[in-house]
Design a protein around this ligand. Structure first.
Ligand SMILES: C[S@@+](CC[C@H](N)C(=O)[O-])C[C@H]1O[C@@H](n2cnc3c(N)ncnc32)[C@H](O)[C@@H]1O
Length: 311
């Protein structure tokens, strides 16, 4: 029996969102260890799935896990920004993206995501060149400031960038543990006890993996495709991602795209891509957070794409 190293978050909510799916293809953009898709394929005997992940380790694991479903599943080592373009000719009825980091990535010391890791890596795809080591040790100070400010939302971004630059002038910051100790593992942010290290690691990880650009490109690829009659469900883990999803879904639901100053509608008032399913983002229940504390910051938003009928 395979030991699955990741607990899927908000599984009940995902099953509810996709309850109407019968046949067609589900695209799981972040297959990981397969938790969500395994549950959906087990319940829905005519559903097919395409799963992709940029983490080779996850892909290899899932190929074994999905052996019994091999006639219904295609698994790819790929960034999700290019998955829709490749498969949009198929009848895609569901798109799931559970973005973020898997438990295995966080827990495996050599992947360099955790505070006590003896590496400074954080690449989801270990074949790519840019790693956390390059970002922390080679980025110019102003670039470090930019990522700490924009991706870490750190008020003290200048001070922390200087701390890192002073340290690396003496010797390179070789591992995650040194970085976490340097910037501080304790502190508060927005009234919550989030340490500077948490936010610095978030910022570096987002930069290394182009996380926000990947999400934006995925959403653009869905928007520009011909896919219709399809439920899109995105689970995000921090406010920067959630903001992108929320604003994109809002713009997709807009029927009239005339400029605000227009006196009357001249666009035809038929531009909506469909409708928002979750008026407010869904969050995990207290029971789930207790059982799986890593689910605590997750937010789920869903959208139903139905082109050409919303006036
Ligand atoms: C939270 S885990 C997904 C877990 C999965 N739903 C499960 O139940 O096992 C997120 C996964 O997304 C992958 N990932 C993140 N960004 C990606 C991207 N841009 N393209 C492809 N995979 C990505 C990560 O490598 C990781 O395995």
């Amino acid at each position: 029996m395979l030991q699955v190293p990741h607990i899927p978050v908000m599984l009940d909510e995902v099953k509810t969102i996709f309850k109407s799916l019968k046949d067609g293809y589900l695209v799981d953009c972040t297959l990981g260890y397969g938790g969500h898709t395994y549950a959906l394929l087990s319940e829905k005997k005519s559903l097919h799935a395409i799963g992709c992940d940029r983490d080779e380790e996850a892909v290899e694991f899932s190929k074994k896990r999905f052996e019994q479903f091999k006639d219904r599943v295609t698994i790819e080592h790929k960034n999700f920004s290019s998955i829709i373009g490749k498969y949009e000719h198929l009848p895609i009825c569901g798109i799931l993206a559970d973005i973020g980091v898997s438990s295995l990535q966080l827990d495996k010391n050599e992947r360099g995501f955790g505070f006590d890791s003896l590496n400074l890596d954080m690449r989801m795809d270990t074949a790519q060149n840019l790693s956390a080591y390059e970002v922390v040790n080679r980025y110019p100070k102003n670039e470090l400031e930019r990522i700490l400010r924009d991706y870490g939302e750190l008020k003290e971004y200048k001070k922390i960038a200087k701390l890192i630059c002073d340290k690396r002038e003496k010797e390179p910051v070789k591992d995650a543990k040194t970085l976490a100790d340097l910037v501080g593992r304790r502190g508060h942010f927005n009234g919550r006890s989030v340490s500077p290290a948490t936010l610095v690691f978030q910022a570096v990880r987002i930069e290394v993996n182009r996380e926000l650009q990947e999400l934006e490109e995925l959403l653009k690829s869905i928007q520009n495709s011909k896919i219709t009659d399809c439920i899109v469900c995105i689970i995000s883990f921090h406010s920067l991602e959630d903001r992108i999803v929320k604003q994109t879904f809002k713009s997709w639901a807009k029927s009239c795209i005339c400029l605000p100053e227009a006196l009357k509608c001249e666009c035809g008032n038929n531009h909506a891509l469909g409708e928002i399913i979750t008026k407010k983002a869904l969050e995990p229940t207290n029971e789930e957070v207790k059982a799986n504390p890593r689910s605590r910051s997750s937010k789920l938003r869903a959208f139903y794409i139905k082109r050409g009928v919303h006036a």
